[in-house]
Design a protein around this ligand. Sequence first.
Ligand code: NAI
Length: 330
Amino acid sequence: KKSPLRVAVTGAAGQIGYSLVFRIAAGEMFGPDQPVILHLIEIEPALPALQGVVMELEDCAFPLLHGVVPTADLDEGFKDVNWALLVGSVPRKAGMERKDLLGINGKIFVGQGQAIARRAASDVRVLVVGNPCNTNCLICMHHAAGVPRDRFFAMTRLDENRAKAQLARKAGEHVSAVTHMAVWGNHSPTMFPDFFNARIHGRPVPEVISHREWLEKDFLTTVQQRGAAVIKARGASSAASAANAVIDTVRSLIQPTPGDDWHSVAVCSDGSYGIEPGLICSFPIRSDGRSWHIVPGLPLNDFSRARIQASVEELKEERAMVSELLTRSA
Ligand code: NAI
């Protein structure tokens, strides 16, 4: 019998948390024979709402759920955790500049990185979802002294899934026919969903969808603006699909990637494809179930290179905006 995994979710009383924690407890992330203990981390004012989530978890009578630790204390929250899913952050309010948001949310990830380094299990892996997720992940990694860099991830899987859905719809195929979708760069409207290297039933997308102008314009804008479109329609930002992408991201990292496919997640750049080492950038990734690597040698044309470059420039700008949070020693 497997001993329980400890999984921390920050912002657990928020929208994404409300979808995510039930799916983890149901076994969708780690499988039907892996018990879990959920560490639900919130800020003090959200603790009453979090208590409601705890009550509902109890009322689900999940066979795999072996404990819940609701807390606003980071040392308690990250104690012995094997996974830290960092969802909690402050939403952008009207009139707030990007720089303000970067500063406010960036600070959250200083303390969380330090607490993870102090308290988490030696095999801890960290997935940052709270935006701006790439830069928040960079800050967290910087302050988590002693935790290897290959344990840090920021989420671009929702962009991958959105891109696959749009391509499938255009080609009139089921979404499962779309594979090899690499999202490059920052999780922001500058990210580049690489339709050149993606495939539909194993054939290059530009061969199946010959409408090049649609691929270069409508497709890219639809994927890049999808989050805004959901907000407009729903009056709230993507939550169930974001939680679903968290599940997909973790599963793709802990299970061997099938065939010669790949998935997208932002990791610490090792200089692959000329992207500055140390930036948290989205790449095509393969996993053997334990370790992962960036898929090498994918062809990139001028169109792709220009877009990836623009997104990487944005990552550098974001890093410059939070430089104060990166110079202080951990
Ligand atoms: P939400 O506002 O419903 O929930 C956020 C929760 O985080 C709140 O309950 C809040 O109390 C909590 N929180 C704030 N500061 C915290 C802290 N220091 N420690 C612990 N908890 C804290 O937001 P929602 O919709 O759940 O989204 C969460 C984040 O995920 C947002 O930053 C959003 O932009 C981001 N997101 C990222 C996506 C991606 O693809 N990477 C996709 C969708 C959302």
